[in-house]
Write a protein that binds this ligand. Structure first.
Ligand SMILES: NC(=O)c1ccc[n+]([C@@H]2O[C@H](COP(=O)([O-])OP(=O)(O)OC[C@H]3O[C@@H](n4cnc5c(N)ncnc54)[C@H](OP(=O)(O)O)[C@@H]3O)[C@@H](O)[C@H]2O)c1
Length: 270
């Protein structure tokens, strides 16, 4: 069995705090979501842990992803910081731990934090390890450090407006799974007339169309929502099958439009 596989569908929690994140995660789990994506910098790991604990869903049925923040990349900091995250999440392991962004100014070498992630895995603190917001050059460094077979995913911004084909093609060539974040372009893609027309022709929602498109290309998706109705309907995207013509039409919507590129963190994008 390839232990590096990751579920195709999950729940994002970026920007969600306090009771809002507790409600979103609890509702999601109640509706059938089984993957929750958080991060040290989101400041909501404790609330995510609380929601999971109170949900009644067995821990082993849930896939938890967290991301290490840039301040914790040094070899002596990464594992202790992950242990703090585990305590907040009320679990003895997570299913996937990602390096959230490349190390600013290369302060910590890729080999050092990838090595530290491998130690975390060897200690049973995380079942899988991966990267996020890595360009091709950084992916190559990470592969050199630990081998592509140990990198479960590169989580990157990917939506109909930013299809990121160079990174996708390289990751694919290495057998590294792509996770699309902000698949809905933070809601923007849902107002696109082409997507809207496709959705109404299929009795689907625009969000279902966009999520189905990404999953049909083989990417994992982690849409977030604060609304029960959206959480429920997004989940049903897994049942939507788009035609080749639909897929081709969305492929043409790529305009390289990136929404997330924080100064001081973002690498030179491909
Ligand atoms: N690795 C990274 O650096 C990184 C960066 C960004 C995000 N992420 C991860 O990716 C996840 C997803 O990204 P995101 O949350 O920024 O953006 P997103 O999932 O593209 O969009 C979320 C937005 O879409 C709205 N929405 C969701 N479903 C909808 C529906 N069916 N109809 C209408 N509106 C809908 C939500 O509003 P409502 O609440 O009103 O439904 C929310 O405003 C994050 O939560 C986070 O876990 C990772």
């Amino acid at each position: 069995m390839n232990t590096n596989t990751i579920p195709a569908f999950g729940l994002g929690t970026f920007r969600l705090k306090d009771q809002v994140v507790i409600d979103s995660v609890k509702t999601g789990l109640e509706l059938g979501y089984r993957l929750v994506d958080t991060a040290q910098i989101y400041g909501n790991e404790a609330e995510v842990g609380q929601a999971i604990a109170e949900s009644g869903v067995p821990r082993d049925d849930i896939f938890i992803t967290t991301k290490i923040w840039t301040a914790n990349y040094a070899e002596d900091k990464l594992v202790p910081s992950l242990k703090d995250s585990l305590q907040k999440l009320r679990t003895d392991h997570v299913d996937l731990t990602l390096i959230h962004w490349p190390s600013p100014n290369n302060a910590v070498p890729v080999a050092e934090f990838m090595g530290a992630l491998m130690q975390a895995k060897a200690q049973g603190l995380t079942r899988r390890i991966g990267i996020s917001n890595f360009n091709i050059a950084l992916m190559k460094e990470a592969i050199e450090a630990v081998g592509a077979e140990h990198i479960a995913t590169n989580q990157i911004e990917l939506s109909p407006f930013l299809q990121n084909r160079k990174v996708v093609d390289f990751a694919k060539s290495q057998g590294i799974h792509i996770t699309s974040y902000m698949t809905l372009a933070y809601g923007k893609a849902l107002k696109d007339p082409v997507i809207e027309a496709m959705a109404s022709a299929r009795n689907a929602t625009p969000a279902q169309v966009v999520l189905a498109w990404a999953m049909q290309l083989g990417y994992a998706v982690i849409p977030s929502s604060t609304k029960r109705e959206n959480l429920a309907s997004n989940l049903l995207a897994q049942q939507l099958q788009l035609s080749d013509a639909d897929m081709a039409q969305i492929a043409r919507m790529d305009r390289g439009e990136r929404l997330t590129s924080p100064e001081g963190l973002a690498p030179a994008w491909d």
